[in-house]
Design a protein around this ligand. Sequence first.
Ligand code: LLP
Length: 438
Amino acid sequence: HGTSRVNEKGHLEIGGCDTTDLVHAYQTPLYVYDEELIREKCRAYVKAFEASGFRFQVAYASKAFMCMAMCQLVMEEQMSLDVVSAGELYTALKAGFPAERIHFHGNNKTEEELEMALDAGIGCFVVDNFFELELLHDLAQKKDRIVPILLRLTPGIEAHTHDYISTGQDDSKFGFGVASGQALQAVKVALNKPFYKLLGIHSHIGSQIFDTTGFVGAVEVLGAFLEQVRAETKYEVEVLNLGGGFGIRYTEEDDPLPVGEYVKVITEEVRRQFAITSYPLPEIWIEPGRSIVGDAGTTLYTVGSVKDIPGIRKYVAVDGGMSDNIRPALYQAKYEAVLANRAGEEAVDMVSIAGKCCESGDMLIWDYVLPKANPGDILGVSCTGAYGYSMANNYNRIRRPAVVFVKEGRAEVAVERETYEDLIKNDRVFPRVLSRSV
Ligand code: LLP
């Protein structure tokens, strides 16, 4: 997919770059991002909205993959940015991302984070709970600032049979519940606060969703809720934010729609629902993360030990693992892989791909057929662009890998590989005293 192909040498090529050359230049593990594919996804979202006739914002959910180069790309694509911490906000601001197109999420933003965002003059705070509703307003008042907000609601959409991480159900740490009446109460509180400009409401029902029924259900619940709000307060929203969560294809078990289709379903449903009550059509915002960067990322590893337990299993170990991709260990997430330096060869060998961390659970792929792998081969795991680097960690003091963007045969480093010095730069050595005195 994207610009990936097998070249004349039988090597995996991405963005016109031979992956064996990339490995030579940057070592492994290495995150390789197909820049064209990311931009394609961004444009598909924007195009689908343009076709819908709605006013809109597409905010990239930076938690999926965040670095300054990614912020630049999102900026160039004229999109907005969703951040969930002062760290993400800081990165965006340092990359020169326009503050007015930054939206700030989170169920427990600290006072320090809220202040940083207020001082930067960001475009929107998504207020999650009653505590924050008071705290942010107090800060806004102190700074004599009118603050644009959305209220995050939980529409009571249950995951049930759907195969995703659900956040829209009533029993959730996120948002004001519609069913409990807290959402209505929150709207009333917000409308009575002079330093708030209530732009509208937000809902995010979960992640890696294929089926559109959850989105349709959310629009239905929110449409009815907004009608109730109007009846009681005369207030009408300007903005309806329906969150992210659009799924991608990791393996053939996954069956997502093209990104534009989700936009089509959502916009058509809003048009239909809101017509019933002749409610003025709001601006629609969405927050895709995974579906923008997920399949644009490939992680390249070098194969090390191959352990064959006759009649039981063959473990092929690579030089990374749960330190650069925790998703298999955390969610039993499934991935596909290729032997990047012998991509043209027939897959004949059933193996399991092991990471190098000191945990039996550090397995990247179970029972997968590859050409016979030997030490020194390059393994490419595909669709690692979302929640891979962003959830990477230093377990076992493994250095975080480098990130390169590839395009038209050129590679550019977006994030340098961590150094050993990086690993100890915040460590402090205690002066050695011989005896403790009181
Ligand atoms: N908006 C809100 C409010 C969210 O909570 C999320 C994701 C998104 C947007 C973006 O969702 P996406 O389009 O990326 O599905 N670490 C997990 C995923 C956690 C998602 C958290 N919230 C994973 O690796 O699957």
